[in-house]
Design a protein around this ligand. Structure first.
Ligand code: SF4
Ligand code: SF4
Length: 443
C-alpha cells in the first residue's frame, strides 16, 4: 500500500515505543473530581446541581447552554462539594463542579437505553450524541453533534477517521485501533449513516502497521469503507493535511472541511459514539496516554473525567529524579502544567512527564532569515513575519497575511534554529486579531 501525504511538515523523534505495547487499563475512581463547565469549544454548560447534592456515575450535572455547547455528566458516585473557579490544564481557572466520590463508586450508574444501530435514524443518532456530551477527542473538543449537523447546502461525501496520531509519545489512538477495531468501525458506520455518506476512510500513519493490518482485515467486507496508509510526518493528523492527503482537495483559508465535502472525526470520538448509541453510555471517561522518560510506568488509561493529574502520576509510579516538565497533550501542541491539581478533561489525550534529556533548554537568538519555518509550514504561511508583526503590535498586517488561518501546530518553531518561540507569538497575535474582528462585527 503506498502512503499519501502533504507539503511541508517535520519529523520529530517519536518516543512511541514507551507506551505503544501497553494495553489500556482502567483508572480507579479518585477521591475527588473537578469537572470544568467548559470542556468543549463554545458556551460553558449550566450546572443542574448544588452543593450537598448526591450524584451517581453518568448523571447529568450540567446541561448544554446553546447550539455550540455540551452537557457534562458525573464520572463518579458522590456528593457535590462546591461549584466555583478551579484550576484547569488550560493554564487558567474555570467554573467547575467539585464532587467528593463515595466508596461504592461502581455500584450505581446512569445509562441511556441502548439503541439498535441497524434501525436507528440519523436524528436519533444526533440526539444521543448530543445528550451523551460527546466532544471531539482530537484536541479542539468541538461538540460532535454540531459536526454531525452540517447546513443543508453542504454536501458531504466522505467521512475520514483520523488515525494518524502524529504527535510524539501519544499512543492512545493506536491502542484503541488495535484493541477496539469493531467498536471503531461501528462508530464510523453510525457517523456515515447520520450524514448520509457512502464513503468512509480510516487514515493511519504508516508507522502503525499493526493498526493498518487489523483494520484493513476488518473492513474487507464493509461496503464503502477503506483504510488509507499515510506518510509518517507531523502534522499529518491536522484536518486540512488529512483531507489533502486522502482526497487531494485543499480546504481554502477560512473554510471548513465540510466546504470540500469532508467530515473528520477522531478515533476516540467514533468509539464514544458507538458507546453512547449501542451501550447507552454518556461520555464520562477520557482515554489517554501517560508517557515520557520522566514517568516511572508509562500507561494507556481510561480515566474518569475530572481526575486530578497528580493522582494519575502517582498511579503510574511517580516521576523520576530527572523529570523537569509535565505537559497535557502532545509535546508539539500540548500545554505545560504548573498545578497538578488540574483535572483530566473530556478531550485530554495525554500526560507527558519529560526529563532534561527530552527538553532542550536553548537560548533564543535573532532571526537568521533562513526561511526554514516558511518551508516547513504546512499551510504556506510566513511564521517569521506573523511573529514579528505581533511583536510590533501590527495586528492588521498580521491579519492581512493570514494569522487566523494558523492551526498552531508548532511545526515552524520546531524547525527554527534561532529557537524563537514562534507559536507563542502567533497565538498571542491571533487572539488579538480575533478580538479585533469581533469588535468590528459588533460595531
Ligand atoms: S504553527 Fe501556524 S505558522 Fe507555524 S507551522 Fe503551524 S500553521 Fe504554520
Ligand atoms: S526558522 Fe527561525 S531563524 Fe529561520 S527564518 Fe524562521 S524564524 Fe527566522
Amino acid at each position: 500500500m503506498s502512503s499519501k501525504t502533504f507539503r511541508g511538515g517535520v519529523h520529530p523523534k517519536k518516543y512511541k515505543e514507551l507506551a505503544e505495547h501497553i494495553a489500556f487499563e482502567y483508572f480507579p475512581a479518585p477521591d475527588e473530581i473537578i469537572l470544568p463547565l467548559s470542556q468543549h469549544l463554545g458556551k460553558e454548560a449550566k450546572p443542574l446541581i448544588k452543593k450537598g447534592d448526591e450524584v451517581i456515575l453518568g448523571q447529568l450535572v450540567a446541561q448544554a447552554d446553546g447550539f455550540i455547547s455540551a452537557p457534562i455528566h458525573s464520572s463518579v458516585n458522590g456528593k457535590v462539594l462546591s461549584i466555583g473557579k478551579e484550576v484547569t490544564p488550560l493554564g487558567f481557572p474555570k467554573d467547575s463542579i467539585v464532587i467528593k466520590a463515595s466508596e461504592n463508586s461502581v455500584d450505581k450508574r446512569f445509562t441511556f437505553p441502548p439503541l439498535d444501530p441497524e434501525t436507528i435514524t440519523p436524528d436519533e443518532i444526533r440526539q444521543r450524541v448530543a445528550e451523551a456530551g460527546i466532544v471531539g477527542q482530537g484536541g479542539a473538543a468541538f461538540p460532535t453533534y454540531v459536526k454531525l449537523s452540517p447546513p443543508e447546502d453542504k454536501v458531504i461525501d466522505v467521512v475520514i477517521i483520523n488515525g494518524c496520531e502524529c504527535e510524539p509519545y501519544l499512543t492512545r489512538d493506536y491502542r484503541l485501533m488495535i484493541e477496539r477495531p469493531d467498536d471503531l468501525i461501528s462508530g464510523l458506520k453510525l457517523i456515515m449513516k447520520t450524514l448520509g455518506v457512502k464513503r468512509g476512510v480510516i487514515g493511519i500513519e504508516d508507522n502503525k502497521p499493526e493498526a493498518i493490518k487489523i483494520l484493513s482485515h476488518k473492513v474487507e467486507y464493509e461496503e464503502g469503507i477503506e483504510v488509507v496508509s499515510l506518510k509518517t510526518k507531523y502534522p499529518q493528523g491536522a484536518e486540512k493535511m488529512l483531507i489533502k492527503a486522502v482526497t487531494g482537495k485543499e480546504v481554502p483559508p477560512g473554510k471548513l472541511p465540510m466546504d470540500v465535502g469532508a467530515v473528520i472525526q477522531n478515533i476516540g470520538t467514533a468509539i464514544a459514539i458507538h458507546d453512547a448509541v449501542v451501550k447507552g453510555e454518556p461520555l464520562t471517561r477520557a482515554a489517554l496516554t501517560v508517557s515520557g522518560l520522566g514517568i516511572r510506568q508509562p500507561k494507556n488509561l481510561y480515566v474518569p473525567v475530572g481526575t486530578p493529574i497528580q493522582n494519575i502520576i502517582e498511579f503510574c509510579g511517580g516521576v523520576t529524579e530527572d523529570a523537569v516538565k509535565i505537559i497535557v497533550g502532545g509535546p508539539m501542541m500540548g500545554i505545560a502544567q504548573y498545578n497538578l491539581q488540574a483535572p483530566v478533561m473530556k478531550a485530554t489525550s495525554g500526560i507527558l512527564v519529560l526529563t532534561k534529556k527530552e527538553v532542550t533548554e536553548s537560548e533564543e537568538t535573532p532571526c537568521l532569515r533562513c526561511g526554514q519555518c516558511v518551508d516547513a509550514c504546512p499551510l504556506n504561511l510566513m511564521p517569521t513575519k506573523l511573529a514579528r508583526y505581533t511583536q510590533l503590535k501590527r495586528y492588521e498586517d498580521a491579519e492581512g497575511i493570514g494569522i487566523t488561518v494558523c492551526m498552531e501546530c508548532g511545526t515552524c518553531a520546531f524547525t527554527c534554529p534561532a529557537n524563537i518561540p514562534l507559536v507563542q507569538w502567533i497565538r498571542l497575535g491571533k487572539q488579538k486579531v480575533l478580538q479585533m474582528q469581533k469588535e468590528r462585527a459588533e460595531k
